[in-house]
Design a protein around this ligand. Structure first.
Ligand code: 3EB
Length: 315
């Protein structure tokens, strides 16, 4: 099944009035629904001077809808959905949000998640005896279990700590399953030992979709983790190199003939690490012409020792 889904990271000024899902990092957390657009603001801080907007669209004129806390933008073959709300009682909120999102998708015949992004504040703070990232994992796993989402149809995902107090989730759903891709260098997140979270994170390392303009690989947030353990706790350049090895392994697994990354988003815990990470990226991608567009964002990675995480799209 070939989809009409398209994705671009574009200069922010160019987003104009096109229909589709627009993700803009600089605005306060929230969502704005238009007649043919859905604008999501995860509540993150892009690092100057970059000003990109993430732009997703498909063929045809989309239908906008709202259902409970869920905003939807529906094309014939692709559905975008968002949920934005307060991030207190994160476990319960996450479960509620996932249930509402999945129900809205299923009702419309979009039973498969290809990609999902999750943002909330104070990711390392404690709530009900759990670190908030773990509370998030619990709520998400509870919803996915209740709705009987099989491991083989986990979406590619991002979960990042923002500087706001909002839970912001947005997703891409399809009528037919995307192909999940796991990383041979890493234990699948859904098989992580319990010490990372009483209920494992539920996501694929990447997913592949076939579109009218060719294959699309959607990369989950990827960090300096080998097996299930964090590597190079105090060395941001080494973490960057390890992360790029993970991204390379995903590309090799998906198929080397597939396109290179067209854009990457780097989440940095400490913005001052940008120069060092940027040098590692330049070295790695200098043989690629053109190399990926890179967007830099301040964000907290779910494990305290992890200093960066990279996501992106091959198209
Ligand atoms: C990792 O590989 C790093 O819980 O949805 C990356 C992407 C990470 C998604 C998630 C977590 C998630 O475990 C953290």
């Amino acid at each position: 099944m070939s989809l009409s889904l398209r994705c671009q990271l574009r200069p922010e000024a160019a987003t104009g009035l096109d229909s589709g899902l627009h993700v803009r990092l600089r605005d306060p957390a929230g969502v704005e629904a238009g007649r043919h657009t859905l604008e999501v603001h995860p509540g993150l801080h892009p690092l100057a001077p970059d000003a990109y907007a993430e732009y997703w669209a498909a063929d045809g004129i989309p239908r906008a809808a709202q259902e409970g806390g869920v905003h939807l933008l529906e094309y014939d073959d692709v559905l975008f959905a968002t949920w934005v709300g307060p991030d207190r009682n994160l476990r319960g909120r996450t479960e509620e949000a996932y249930r509402a999102l999945l129900a809205a998708c299923r009702t419309r015949g979009f039973g498969h998640l290809a990609r999902i992004w999750n943002f909330f504040g104070n990711i390392h703070a404690e709530e009900d005896g759990l670190e908030r990232y773990q509370a998030f994992c619990m709520g998400r796993a509870e919803a996915l279990e209740a709705l009987e989402i099989p491991q083989a149809s986990m979406p590619a995902a991002t979960a990042i700590g923002s500087d706001r107090d909002r839970l912001v989730i947005y997703l891409i759903a399809t009528r037919h399953p995307a192909e999940p891709i796991e990383n041979p260098r890493q234990v699948s997140a859904y098989h992580y030992p319990e010490r990372y979270s009483p209920k494992s994170p539920t996501f694929a390392r990447a997913t592949r979709l076939d579109t009218a303009s060719g294959p699309l690989i959607l990369l989950s947030g990827t960090a300096s983790i080998v097996g299930h353990e964090s590597r190079h706790p105090d060395d941001v350049a080494a973490q960057a190199r390890e992360t790029l090895s993970n991204l390379q392994a995903l590309h090799d697994t998906a198929g080397r003939e597939l396109p290179r990354p067209s854009w990457l988003r780097v989440y940095l815990r400490h913005p001052e690490d940008r120069t060092r990470v940027s040098a590692v990226l330049a070295e790695h991608y200098n043989a690629a012409h053109p190399g990926p567009i890179v967007q830099w964002v301040r964000g907290d990675i779910c494990r305290r020792e992890l200093l960066l995480e990279i996501e992106g799209v091959h198209a």
